[in-house]
Design a protein around this ligand. Sequence first.
Ligand code: ATP
Ligand code: MG
Length: 576
Amino acid sequence: MRYSNYFIPTHREIPADAEVISHQLMLRAGLIRKLTSGIYTYLPAGLRSIKKVEQIIREEMNRAGAIEVLMPAVQPAELWQESGRWDYYGRELLRFRDRHNRDACFGPTHEEVITDLVRDEVQSYKQLPLNFYQIQTKFRDEIRPRFGIMRGREFIMKDAYSFDANEEGAGKSYDRMYEAYTRIFERCGLRFKAVEADTGPIGGNYSHEFMVLAESGEDLIASCLQCRYAANLEKAEIRPLKGGGPSKEETLQEMQEVHTPDIKTIDDLAAFLSVSPGELLKTLIYRVDDGEIVAALVRGDHELNEAKFRNLLGAETLEMADPETVHQTTGAPTGFAGPVGLKVRMVADQAVKKMKNFVAGANREDFHLRNVNLGRDFQVEQFGDIRTITPQDTCPRCGGGIEFKRGIEVGHIFKLGTKYSRAMNAVYLDEQGRKEFMVMGCYGIGVGRTVAAAIEQNHDEEGIIFPIQIAPFEVIILPLQMHESTVIDTAERIYRLLRDNDRDVLLDDRNERAGVKFMDADLLGIPLRVTVGTRGVKNGEVEVKIRAEKDPHSIPIQDAPDFIMKQVRLLYDSTQ
Ligand code: ATP
Ligand code: MG
């Protein structure tokens, strides 16, 4: 490609509204442009990177036996009503009506569409297993689109859906996707970790997220310092408590009501009563799917984990009760709820079992209770692991130390079980002619997010340092003096030779100053740069520099193509 015939609108200034480095660099390097909130155009060079990621995904999906299809973006509401998600998906689902007043949505994901296809087309166990994938544009009306294409509203996703005759087959399909994902992200040159994850509103019972490790990541991962255990914070389990009752040998004290005016936080309350936050109980009022009000009880120094709480309740959705509901339920404003005398279902974190003579809200404005005790003063219907892990906790598998890391979720795989096949009656006939539900899995990769995550991990002051696999071009050639025929001839010769060898080369044939060409090449992050200048050519040399390295190599002109080809191979070999 000749730069003069191409379109890479670069900028020097850092865009004011871009918070993270990948977003800044993608704008500055002329890879993307914003149309409106969370919606972007992929400019030519950006599109080349996207296409390279797609190609890697295609190759690995095909290798794993998945079959490419392309499903519609617009989906009829009926299918979502059948699966039950029309009511549950929430406001991320972009809904609209067509001219016949029929409800529809723009697909945020395609479980319904693929299940509808497969139930119509597949009747026998002989046709299973099947795994279909597509690379397609999704829309999710994200509440906070940000970080450029990392969290867009419209974005490109690879999604795949497997259909098996039984759990064992579904397990194998899942494992094959796990391996394919590992290969995909390795080939994209990413440093990543597969972590156990919550299944969220997609449903199902088992899942892993592929996390690119980066400071700017929106997700927190708890990982063990000793064993391989790693999980999203939403999911990370707490080691079960040993024994049942309270650990302290204290006797039960008499419960007392205390006046606690002007107290806003748990820390204020602890200081006011001269106790530690761990001696307080938090009572949080929630509204579940069908409207039932449930109280969650956690120790004052712990955080309720909504994902775990939702799973324990077996609920689809969960929201904190509004102040009015809290008042109706507890008889007091928010901040004074407590378990004593509360007339709703109460679910407590397992750590609450060990508490004794603790402080809780009095269900009366400006009052708390001291010396509250489980069993004597109130009953809990269910105990479970409903709090978020902390770095002070130990690994649920081996007891080792836990550290927190930040990650960007680039891929997510789920075992769905029969959730959708039951809801939508996707059945097959087994060898005995009996009807059975198909066992499903689903597997997503954010294509644009993968490019952005790669930039988060690979950049410096000057710009992007693309992993060669997903770089818009592998090599950039900079002829520095465009009026010098020896310079142009040399650059053209190397350009042709590399192209004849199927390399992706960009020849910067613009009439720009050397400084501009260097800056743009670095900003764009092309892995190999070949500089052709008057002085070098006079000495029979060109300069080859690897973007990720500090020092350039001076190479005799006749050796340059071989040298470059070898460097390209080495760069590929380092990740494949
Ligand atoms: P997140 O937790 O980041 O909102 P998710 O869990 O809702 O993502 P999935 O439903 O698992 O996402 O979608 C599969 C993949 O699609 C994700 O792993 C991610 O790479 C990508 N993805 C999801 N939402 C977005 C988005 N708003 N913009 C860009 N990519 C996205
Ligand atoms: Mg996810």
